[in-house]
Design a protein around this ligand. Structure first.
Ligand SMILES: [Zn+2]
Length: 196
C-alpha cells in the first residue's frame, strides 16, 4: 500500500513523510530505519527532479536571490577570493538565516583589473555587495560606485577608519595610518534605499 504523497502541506516534527525508497531526505528532515520524518514544524515540499523531500520552517526568511544586496563581514582573504560572512539583506535588514558565507571573486571586485585582493579588502571589513549567484554557493560582487566597503578598522590600532580629505583613501583618526579599500561611495554609512 502506498503512503499518501506529502506534497506541500503543513507537517509537525516526527511526522512520517515517506520512505527512503521514494525520496531523498533533504533539509528539515531525518531518516530512521528507511523512513523519512519531518524534523521541524513547517511546510513539506518535494523537488520533482531530485526526489528530495524537505521541510521549510514557517518563519524562515526566503533565500537570497540574484540581484539582492547584502551586508557581510569579510572573514578571510584567499588568493583569488574574499570570504564573506553574510549578515543581513539590504535595505530590509532581515538577517540571513544561519549566517552563511559568500565569496567575492577577484574579478568581481570593481571595474577593471584587481591586482591583489589585499589592496581592496581586509578581514573584518563590513561590505555591501550584490548577489551574483545564489546557488549552490552564494557569489557576490562589489562592482559599481554604491558597493564595496562601508566600514573598516585600522590594521595597526583597530580604530574605525575615516575617509581622507580627498575621499580616495581611508585614514585612522587615532594613529594616522592610511589604508586603501574598494570603498562604497557612502563609506561610513549606507546608501538610501531606492524609492518605492
Ligand atoms: Zn590606527
Amino acid at each position: 500500500m502506498n503512503e499518501p504523497a506529502p506534497g506541500s502541506r503543513l507537517v509537525v516534527p516526527g511526522e512520517l513523510l515517506g520512505t527512503a525508497e521514494e525520496y531523498v531526505p533533504g533539509r528539515g528532515t531525518y531518516e530512521n530505519d528507511g523512513r523519512i520524518f519531518a524534523a521541524l514544524l513547517g511546510r513539506s515540499r518535494i523537488d520533482a527532479a531530485s526526489r528530495a523531500i524537505s521541510v521549510r520552517a514557517l518563519h524562515e526568511v526566503p533565500a537570497l536571490n540574484e540581484g539582492d544586496l547584502v551586508l557581510g563581514r569579510v572573514s578571510d582573504l584567499k588568493s583569488a577570493m574574499a570570504i564573506v560572512e553574510l549578515l543581513a539583506e539590504y535595505p530590509s535588514g532581515r538577517t540571513v538565516p544561519g549566517n552563511p558565507e559568500g565569496t567575492i571573486h577577484v574579478s568581481k571586485v570593481k571595474d577593471g583589473y584587481t591586482d591583489s585582493l589585499a589592496d581592496e579588502f581586509a578581514a573584518g571589513d563590513i561590505v555591501l555587495s550584490r548577489v551574483l549567484q545564489s546557488r549552490p554557493g552564494v557569489k557576490l560582487g562589489t562592482v559599481g560606485p554604491s558597493l564595496g566597503v562601508v566600514s573598516a578598522r585600522c590594521h595597526q590600532c583597530h580604530a574605525v577608519l575615516e575617509l581622507s580629505r580627498n575621499g580616495k583613501e581611508l585614514v585612522c583618526p587615532r594613529c594616522g595610518r592610511r589604508e586603501h579599500r574598494k570603498m562604497a561611495e557612502r563609506y561610513g554609512g549606507l546608501p538610501s534605499p531606492a524609492p518605492g
